[in-house]
Design a protein around this ligand. Structure first.
Ligand code: P6P
Length: 332
C-alpha cells in the first residue's frame, strides 16, 4: 500500500491468526491472550494515576511481595484464558498450584505464563512484560492435568511475550512458523502486524552480553571465563533486569543473555515453564540458541529439558549462535 497509518493494507493480529492457524480454538485462545495483554498494558500505563503502585500485602510462590499490578495482571490473564473455553490447564508464576479447568469449560490447550515478569521494575517505570507458552493436552477427552505441562519444551505449540515498553509489542511464534512482531496501536486498540520472519542479525549482531554481573563471584568457572573474555573482546554490557526487555533486545540487536546457576541458586533463578522454555522456542525460531549449560556431564539444549515441577528453575544461556557457542565451548 501507499504506507501511512490509514492505509487499507492494515494487517491485524486477528488476521494473522485466522489466515495462519486454521485452528478456531487456538485462534480464540490467542485473541483472549492479546486482550489480556492490552488490559495489562493499560493497567501498567495508568498505574501511577490509578494509584496501583505499591504492595498488595500478599506473597507469591517465590515468596516475593506481590504488588497490586502483579495481582491485577494475573487475574486479567486467568479470567481471559478461562473465558476462552480453549484451556484445560493454567500454570501461572503467581499461583502455587496449577488451575485445572472443569470439563464443561475446558478446551485442548495448556498455558504456562508469567503475567508480569520483571515486576520489580514497575514502580520506577522500567519496561516489564508477559511471557507465555502453550501446549496441547496429551490425551484428548480426558481432564487436563499437570502431566500435560511437565514434558520436554520442544512439545510447545506456541510461545510469545508482550513487552510493556515505549510501545507495547507482542512477539509470537507458532510451531513451524517464523517469529512475528505486532505493535499495539492504542488509538485502534489493535495489535498491528509490523514484522514477519524476525531473525537474529546474521553473524551474531552487536557484541553485547547481558547478565547480572553482581553474581560474578558465585558463577562456575566456565561462565566467569566467558564473561571475562567478552570484556577483552570489547563487548558492551546491557542489562535491564526484565527478561522480556533483555531477550527482545538480544533477538533484535544480537549478542547473548545469561542467567547462570550460581552457588546461591544451584538451578539459577529463572523458571522453566514460563520464562526459559517460551524464550528458548522464540530464540530458536529466530535462528538463535538456548541452553541450560551443563546437565549430567554434557551441554544441554534447553528445550530438551523435562521439568518435574511447575515452578522449577533452570540456568539460561540464550542468544546468537556465535555467542552461545562461545560460552558453551568453555565447558569442554
Ligand atoms: P536479577 C525479574 O524479577 C526476573 O524474573 C527476570 O525478568 C529478570 O531477567 C531476572 O529476574 C532479574 O534477576 O537477579 O538480575 O534481579
Amino acid at each position: 500500500g501507499s504506507g501511512g497509518d490509514l492505509d487499507s493494507e492494515f494487517h491485524s493480529l486477528t488476521e494473522y491468526l485466522m489466515t495462519t492457524l486454521k485452528d478456531q480454538e487456538l485462534t480464540v485462545l490467542m485473541s483472549q491472550m492479546a486482550l489480556a495483554c492490552k488490559a495489562t498494558s493499560r493497567a501498567c500505563a495508568k498505574a501511577g494515576i490509578a494509584n496501583l503502585f505499591g504492595m498488595a500485602g500478599d506473597q507469591n510462590s517465590s515468596g516475593d511481595d506481590q504488588k497490586k499490578l502483579d495481582v491485577l495482571s494475573n487475574d486479567i490473564f486467568v479470567n481471559a484464558l478461562l473465558k476462552s473455553g480453549s484451556c484445560c490447564v493454567l500454570v501461572s508464576e503467581e499461583n502455587e498450584e496449577p488451575i485445572i479447568v472443569p470439563e464443561k469449560d475446558a478446551g485442548r490447550f495448556c498455558v504456562c505464563f508469567d503475567p508480569l515478569d520483571g515486576s520489580s521494575n514497575i514502580d520506577c517505570n522500567v519496561s516489564t512484560g508477559t511471557i507465555f507458552a502453550v501446549y496441547e493436552k496429551k490425551t484428548p477427552g480426558k481432564l487436563g492435568s499437570v502431566a500435560d505441562v511437565l514434558r520436554v519444551g520442544s512439545d510447545i505449540v506456541a510461545a510469545g511475550y508482550c513487552m510493556y515498553g515505549a510501545a507495547t509489542e507482542l512477539v509470537l511464534c507458532f510451531k513451524g512458523q517464523s517469529v512475528q512482531r505486532f505493535a499495539l496501536d492504542p488509538s485502534l486498540g489493535e495489535f498491528v502486524h509490523t514484522h514477519s520472519n524476525v531473525t537474529f542479525p546474521s553473524g551474531g549482531g552487536k557484541k553485547i552480553y547481558s547478565c547480572n554481573e553482581g553474581n560474578f563471584p558465585y558463577w562456575d568457572q566456565p561462565i566467569k571465563d566467558a564473561v571475562t573474555e567478552f570484556k577483552a573482546k570489547k563487548y558492551a554490557l546491557r542489562y535491564v533486569g526484565s527478561m522480556v526487555s533483555d531477550v527482545h533486545r538480544t533477538i533484535l540487536y544480537g549478542g547473548v543473555f545469561v542467567y547462570p546457576a550460581d552457588s546461591k541458586s544451584p538451578k539459577g533463578k529463572l523458571r522453566v515453564l514460563y520464562e526459559g522454555f517460551p524464550m528458548a522456542l522464540l530464540v530458536e525460531c529466530a535462528g538463535g540458541k538456548a541452553s541450560t549449560g551443563m546437565f549430567n556431564g554434557s551441554v544441554q539444549r534447553m528445550l530438551d529439558l523435562e521439568p518435574t515441577h511447575v515452578h522449577e528453575r533452570c540456568p539460561v544461556i540464550l542468544g546468537s549462535p556465535r555467542d552461545v557457542d562461545f560460552i558453551l565451548s568453555k565447558y569442554n
